[in-house]
Design a protein around this ligand. Structure first.
Ligand SMILES: *[C@@H]1O[C@H](CO)[C@@H](O)[C@H](O)[C@H]1NC(C)=O
Ligand SMILES: *[C@@H]1O[C@H](CO)[C@@H](O)[C@H](O)[C@H]1NC(C)=O
Ligand SMILES: [Cu+2]
Length: 424
């Protein structure tokens, strides 16, 4: 076990890392790769000093139960022959738990994916120039069928999984796929452990260019965030300093960038430009704090999938952006503030991995297991236009990103089916 896990006491190296205790010990994922045998080795010891909000304890309890259940079922691996069992799960850690070396490898692999050719037909999707763009394109094409729908969580879960696989298979990245625990940076998103100007973050804010002087619209304009005097311009620091955005925006929320569709152009037309951010402390402080997270996970009002996914995605008429939109608008800018092309900002991945983690933990928190069978919502965004209810038999497909399709029921668990990972 010691060969798999390397623990360090609270890090004092980086001034950014000390502000808030990390949710877990440093995993030496460089040395061993991210796959562990939970049945044989179990979890590393629980460290209370790292558990600032109780989620680490909740996670440990949930995973211990998972291990106990699987041991009871020894001989019939939960996912079937080709599926997952707990002897080979991957760990997805918080960004801070990656070593500096792994952080650099992760951002380099994203830049690598952005240098490989697209697999879309250039006539059909002219804006997809790179393999990275393929992910942005499929998200744009399906936006109205994958947000505020029955498949929102399952679709994005598979989307992340395929992105992780592409980093590995197409760019040789063998490190862990990290998430961004928003509360760590909720009081000060920039500079923070995720957003900073150094080489071990996901780049900083955009340069300051006055923008959105009357505020930034969120949730179709139902919520107005106050004007904030930062960002709006190009990102000029860190590993994504020269990152080119090729697709979108479709419904921009940064008033410096017009929609790509102006003049009758297609939603997937080529529109090369710099990556812009407008990092919002307002969004971070208002919607992505520890109380926001704990309320969603533990308030009985959100104990079934319909209310849970609605609250997570936001109650815009009620003035609540939710953790999902709150995280997107912490990043802000272009394409970060556009529902359609948001994956064009490389910070999308750590944000959505955290969304997936919150769902994962919420599923495990119910001892009855009922949350692995629930589905709510229809096939169209906010049921507009009206459509039938989604079911767990519905298929998730990913255009040119992948030929492999899955039913929603195959994606509802991260350890009982084709997927095989947990969060620590
Ligand atoms: C970004 O591009 C500029 C101009 O081509 C170059 O000087 C700079 O080194 C590049 N920065 C990174 C991080 O690649
Ligand atoms: C769709 O789901 C809603 C909410 O659960 C339910 O009230 C409605 O009856 C369902 N419609 C059909 C056609 O099953
Ligand atoms: Cu999305």
């Amino acid at each position: 076990m010691l060969s798999k896990w390397l623990f360090t006491t609270a890090v004092a190296v980086s001034s950014l890392a000390v502000a808030v205790a990390q949710p877990q010990g440093k995993l030496d994922l460089d040395a061993s790769g991210p796959t562990i045998n939970l049945l044989k080795d179990g979890l590393p010891p629980y460290d209370k000093s790292k558990d600032t909000d109780g989620l680490l304890k909740a996670t440990y309890d949930a995973v211990e139960k998972l291990i106990k259940d699987e041991k009871k079922n020894t001989g019939k691996a939960t996912g079937g022959k080709k599926g997952c069992d707990l002897t080979k799960v991957k760990i997805r850690p918080e960004w801070n738990a990656l070593s500096n070396k792994a952080k650099k490898k992760y951002t380099a692999a994203i830049n690598c994916l952005h240098s490989k050719p697209s697999r879309y037909d250039p006539v059909e999707v002219p804006g997809a120039k790179t393999r990275y763009d393929d992910f942005v394109a499929v998200h744009i094409i399906q936006t109205q069928r994958i947000h505020a729908t029955a498949n929102f969580l399952h679709w994005h879960r598979y989307f992340l999984y395929l992105f992780e696989a592409a980093l590995k298979e197409e760019c040789g990245y063998n490190g862990p796929f990290p998430y961004w625990h928003w509360p760590i940076s909720a009081n000060k998103p920039y500079p923070s452990h995720v957003f900073n100007d150094g080489e071990f973050g996901l780049s900083g804010d955009g340069e300051y260019v006055p923008h959105n002087l009357n505020g930034t619209p969120l949730g179709g304009g139902l919520i107005m965030m106050p004007m904030e005097p930062n960002g709006g311009g190009c990102v000029t620091t860190g590993p994504f300093a020269n990152f080119t955005v090729n697709l979108g925006p479709i419904i921009p929320t940064l008033d410096l960038v017009p929609p790509v569709t102006v003049g009758g152009k297609s939603a997937v037309a080529h529109n090369p430009r710099c990556l812009r951010r407008a990092i919002s402390a307002h969004a971070a402080k208002t919607w992505t704090t520890t109380p926001n997270v704990l309320d969603l996970l533990f308030n009985p009002a959100y104990s079934s999938i319909g209310p849970f996914q609605a609250r997570l995605q936001g109650d815009f008429p009620g003035g609540h952006a939710g953790l999902h939109a709150g995280g997107h608008f912490t990043i802000g800018g272009d394409p970060g503030g556009d529902l359609y092309s948001a994956p064009g900002d490389p910070a999308f991945w750590v944000h959505h991995t955290q969304v997936d983690r919150i769902w994962w933990l919420w599923q495990l928190l119910d001892p009855s297991g009922a949350r692995f069978n629930q589905v709510a919502g229809t096939l169209t965004m906010l049921n507009n236009p009206p459509s039938r209810n989604g079911t767990l038999e519905d298929i998730i497909e990913m255009g040119a990103v992948s030929d492999v399709t899955y039913k929603m029921k195959e994606l509802i668990s991260t350890t009982d089916g084709p997927l095989c990972y947990i969060y620590l």
